[in-house]
Write a protein that binds this ligand. Structure first.
Ligand code: PLP
Length: 396
């Protein structure tokens, strides 16, 4: 006998991966440029040149133990110091290296944080639409994932559905802004209201409700007037899960961190539990070379101008063709209403035009599809006639 839960997870890969694999097969059959693959959030914008130069410089100028040896379990101290210096400069905070735990990206940050916090009977809430792996992370930690629908027109927080979801068993709320898959950003007013609401519920229940803020897209916003509030400044019990996968286009390097500010209730014990969860999950010591690169490149961001061009072109064209899309302030996803109730059937129809879109059912929002526009602008331009034909196939 083996672990049936794990077997089932392995046998049912995520919908995104399934479509991505189909795309690879289809490209081999009919040619790379004939398939418009919008399935996966793999940044196509290169890492900043300085990042690749730093990899080379480090390799040329350091010994192998420094480059490839273990760092401290919680991460290299100089790396953690460089990261908090950057955060403190940008957000006016006063974090210390000891507030950080280096991880293999946001997925590890989330899994470790959830595992560190969970006790029997706990519930974790997230807003729909949500990154489907939250369900995997929460349920395999032995807790329940409870979803709260956002406003169906704006995908902003609906405080009535949130209030219906919060109970005495709520351990944490997982928030992702800029959001995958909607691209929506929660602005300062919403964040202030959310913080006030959670504080009220903490008081009512007599225990903390943690805010796990999943931030791989923090820097990916495209207009000067869009500000992503730094959650720890608004809510005392916020724990940040960050990753360089998208901001530095380094998803394969597996590097990110968890930030537990001192003011979080039980911060010392939570940090210890994070170290313990990292240990129990086999996640100690994030990749060393990537940590050393981050030490030198913490404040950098890839050139995001292609994403903005893509966002603008895609949003304008698709709405012109008669599709309904949520205007994405950030991340690199466009969230579009399917032209029939069954989004999976709609995505199958889109395949007739070689368009690979992801049905959003597993994101908790049936009837929508996600279009990952972290692709070349040429791919977007090439795909537009196909999108037009798809709209026409539904009488638009
Ligand atoms: N959280 C969200 C919302 C994501 O979209 C992703 C990846 O796409 C992750 C977490 C995991 O990111 P990482 O590659 O850093 O593990």
């Amino acid at each position: 006998m083996i672990n049936k839960t794990m077997e089932a997870l392995g046998k049912a890969p995520s919908k995104i991966r399934e479509i991505f694999e189909y795309g690879k097969k289809r490209k081999a059959e009919i040619g790379e440029d004939k398939v418009f693959d919008f399935s996966i959030g793999n940044p196509n914008v290169p890492a900043p040149a300085a990042v690749n130069e730093t990899f080379k410089e480090l390799i040329d100028n350091n010994n192998d133990v420094y480059l490839h040896g273990y760092t401290s379990a919680a991460g290299d101290n100089d790396t953690r110091q460089a990261i908090v210096d950057d955060l403190n400069r940008r957000f006016g905070t006063a974090f210390k290296a000891s507030n950080l735990y280096m991880t293999c990206g946001a997925a590890a940050s989330l899994k470790i944080s959830i595992t560190a916090l969970v006790t029997e009977g706990d519930e974790f809430i997230t807003f729909t639409p949500f990154f489907p792996e939250y369900r995997v992370f929460v349920e395999t930690a032995g807790a329940k994932l409870v979803t709260a629908a956002t406003d169906p027109d704006t995908f902003q927080i609906d405080f009535d559905t949130l209030d219906a979801a919060v109970t005495e068993r709520t351990k944490a709320l997982i928030v992702n802004s800029p959001n995958n898959p909607s691209g929506v950003v929660f602005g300062e007013e919403s964040v202030k209201k959310l913080a006030a609401y959670l504080e009220k519920k903490e008081e009512e229940y007599g225990h903390p409700i943690y805010l796990i803020t999943d931030e791989p897209y923090r820097e990916l916003v495209y207009d000067a007037d869009v500000v992503v509030p730094y959650m720890t400044k608004y809510y005392r019990n916020a724990i940040v899960c960050y990753s360089y996968s998208k901001s530095l286009s380094l998803p394969g390097e597996r590097i990110g961190y968890i930030l537990v500010p001192d003011e979080v209730e039980g911060a010392g014990d939570i940090y210890a539990a994070i170290c313990g969860a990292g240990r129990a999950l086999g996640y100690v010591c994030a990749p060393s070379l990537a940590q050393h690169v981050i030490e030198k490149c913490a404040g950098m961001v890839s050139d995001l101008s292609v994403y903005k061009t893509n966002r603008d072109l895609l949003y304008k064209s698709l709405t012109d063709y008669g599709f309904t899309c949520v205007y994405p302030d950030g991340a690199f996803y466009l969230f579009m209403k399917a032209l029939e109730d069954d989004a999976s059937a709609f995505c199958e129809k889109a395949k007739d035009f070689e368009l690979l879109l992801v049905p959003a059912d597993s994101f908790g929002t049936p009837g929508y599809v996600r279009i990952a526009y972290c692709v070349t602008t040429e791919q977007i331009q090439g795909s537009l006639p196909a999108f037009k034909k798809l709209a026409e196939a539904y009488g638009k």
